[in-house]
Write a protein of this length. Sequence first.
Length: 298
Amino acid sequence: MKELDGLLLFAVVCKHMSFVNASRELNVPNTTLSRKIKALETHVGGKLLERTTRSLRLTDLGQKVYIKATKILETIDELKKEVDDASNIPAGELKISCPRAIAQTLLLPLFTDFKRAFSKITLRINTSPRYLNFIDHKLDFAFRFGHIPDSNLISMALTEISYILVSSPNYATNINVSHPSQLSQFDKIIYLNEDKVQEWELSHNKEILKLNMDGQIYSDDFNLTLSLVLMGRGIAYLPCTFVRKHLISGELIQILPDWKSTKLPLRLLYSEKSNLSKKSKSFIDFVREQKSKLNNYL
């Protein structure tokens, strides 16, 4: 039914309150999206959205239709899950959120091995550094470091990761320090976590320091941060697992090797549901079986 298609598109627009962002998620041209919403408005007999050049707002009718559309889509998702469970072979799509740095290093073998074992399951991996809401983004799983803000999620501890200070060998020739307090004189490349400057926490013996460094370059992308360090642009504070191969090859060296961050726990998160789908149960069981191997990549 065309109306059902329009409800789906309308629900995604409402989730983002943006035609542009909805268009990106759905991979549908903005013009098509607008046309479908107008057709839905014609069908229901009233305006659903008030549009200005800068914002969208739901009308009273739009609010009612959005609530109904959300319930319909939830019913469709439940039916899909029941169909998946009726099959002996786990199948369908799993939506996973995890930081880009560990997706490309620590978790890459896990994802490829899982796909090899469960060829009927598709993985849709979001590597946004932001903490994504499970409901809004319809996530099945998330891999996250440290403190978990949502107590309604089930948490499986996987391993622990430390951050260290690194630079290129060429830049390191300028560095002769014995304590982190002496680092202020050197160029620093600072990683931004959700647009916030990441604090450099370092410990040695019983001394723990939390340093708010001023950087010469700031980036919210681990790959860009790493590239700049490899080019000899300064010092960075990065996860061990992300720089391990570059330390082994000699492309990077560790600065102040006696100092590193306290270990941050890496956890797998998923919703607290009594009726998890077969594909989700397969992923949980697989990660549980494989988690001991994660330490091989640290």
